[in-house]
Design a protein around this ligand. Structure first.
Ligand code: AMP
Length: 430
């Protein structure tokens, strides 16, 4: 046993689980391209200020959860990215992408880092897939990202997920609502917990997010943001709901669903899974037109997006038995060498099979033929190709189908011909 352990809140993913990840990632990649989104990869660390501005210094993420470090005494503070949206928007603004095309549809599958207390469904290194639609502001745009997210869930066979939606209106609506909330909470001030008291001054919308049951009781009677919306904001929201309805996407409206930061506007949404226990959020998103200005852009840039936690997604799939049929792919053929002297000859045959795109395995430890056959059976290859003195002499090889026990003697070209067909089929299954 090693004297080292993986850091708390991180984990290893072994081949069997990696096959599940690859499968889910494959669905994300293909649906993203069907919806016209292109992949973006951004650096794992950024200047700390980017997240302070882009996520907001009143949030838990920035307040307590960032892995921040200083590369040298004079260097600027850096932070491992705790989410992707700020980095993606930084990349778009920095490279002036909006001047080359008015709309950018980007998606990612990326590792993130947050210094949270590790528990089920909450790690310090985790990953998200997500999409950002930048440059157009419309109900159709936010509906498009929501539809992509929901279609990923549907294609993976997930059921029972709950989509909740709300609208945050525009900034003037929220300003009026903020005042109404402050007025409402003022008489309850002495009953609020410390963090809610703090939020009351800076950002009263976030009190609605409180998980404290005593605060939740007070929140239950608070005014609704919906009642402070102007007509255009209501129409915007209704149009989003119309698109969801047209596409058969089930949702519930949750007037308490808020995003605490000022740059969020209009539609906000969250998806939860009852399979996950306390950390039941799988993903969420919304519109964030004001982020670009927050990051120093000269004006708002209309944008919407979502992020889904991969670990929680996989956990839900596992609970729903959706990986049952998924096993790592076995090599197609095992090259069995009859004697040690033929070892190098066998390696060359294996090389030729692999060059032809055929999943091939061969013993690298000069083990006995019996041991090679045992290994071939253990890893469940479909064929064994025998290399013995006769084979080398005649150029004709015995190919045994281990499923039917049928055996034929063939030239290497004919072997390649036979094995190529299932190999191609397997590749298409990827
Ligand atoms: P957020 O960016 O906080 O809205 O998170 C979006 C999604 O990422 C959540 O719904 C979770 O599925 C996932 N997520 C967030 N934090 C963690 C974490 N510490 N560990 C695992 N998944 C997480």
């Amino acid at each position: 046993m090693s004297q080292y352990q993986a850091v708390k809140g991180t984990r290893d993913i072994f081949p069997e689980e990696a096959a599940r990840w690859k499968y889910v990632e494959g669905v994300v990649h293909s649906l993203a391209s069907i919806y016209g989104f292109n992949e973006i990869r951004t650096p794992v660390f950024e200047y700390t200020e980017l997240f302070q501005r882009g996520i907001g210094s009143t949030t838990d993420i920035v307040g307590k959860e960032m892995f921040t470090f200083q590369p040298d005494p004079k260097g600027r503070s850096l932070t491992l990215r705790p989410e992707m949206t700020a980095g993606v928007m930084r990349a778009v603004l920095q490279n002036n992408l909006l001047s080359s095309a008015p709309v950018h549809k980007l998606y990612y599958i990326s590792e993130l880092f947050r210094k949270e207390r590790p528990q089920a469904g909450r790690q310090r290194q985790f990953s998200q897939f997500g999409a950002e639609l930048i440059g157009v502001s419309s109900p159709a745009a936010v509906a498009e990202v929501m539809t992509l997210m929901m279609q990923v869930f549907e294609s993976l066979g997930l059921h029972g997920l709950k989509l909740r939606v709300n609208t945050l209106g525009d900034s003037e609506d929220r300003l009026r609502y903020r005042e109404a909330l402050q007025g409402y909470f003022a008489p309850f001030h002495h009953l609020l917990d410390e963090s809610s008291k703090e939020r009351l001054e800076k950002n009263p919308l976030r009190i609605l997010d409180s998980k404290n049951p005593a605060v939740q009781d007070i929140v239950a009677g608070a005014p609704r943001l919906y009642d402070y919306l102007n007509d255009a904001a209501v129409q915007d929201f209704e149009k989003v709901l119309f698109y969801l309805g047209e596409r058969g996407i089930a949702y519930t409206i949750d007037h308490r669903l808020v995003r605490g930061l000022d740059y969020y506007c209009h539609t906000a949404f969250e998806v939860t899974s009852s399979e996950l226990g306390a950390q039941d959020a799988i993903g969420g998103g919304g519109r964030y037109d004001g982020l670009a200005r927050e990051l120093g852009g000269s004006s708002d840039v209309p944008a919407s997006g979502f992020a889904v936690g991969m670990e929680r997604l996989l956990m839900t799939m596992e609970k729903q038995g959706l990986f049952a049929a998924l096993t790592p792919r076995a090599p197609l053929v095992y090259v069995v060498v009859q004697s040690q002297e033929l070892g190098d000859y066998g390696l060359q045959i294996a090389y030729q099979l692999r060059k032809a795109g055929i999943m091939t395995e061969i013993d690298l430890a000069a083990r006995s033929m019996k041991a090679q056959m045992r290994e071939a059976n253990r890893i469940r290859v479909s064929y064994a190709l025998f290399v013995g003195a006769t084979e080398v002499e005649t150029g004709l090889y015995a190919l045994k189908n281990l499923v039917t026990s049928e055996q034929t003697t063939l030239s290497l070209e004919a072997v390649l011909e036979i094995l190529r067909e299932p190999a191609a089929k397997e590749l298409l299954d990827l």
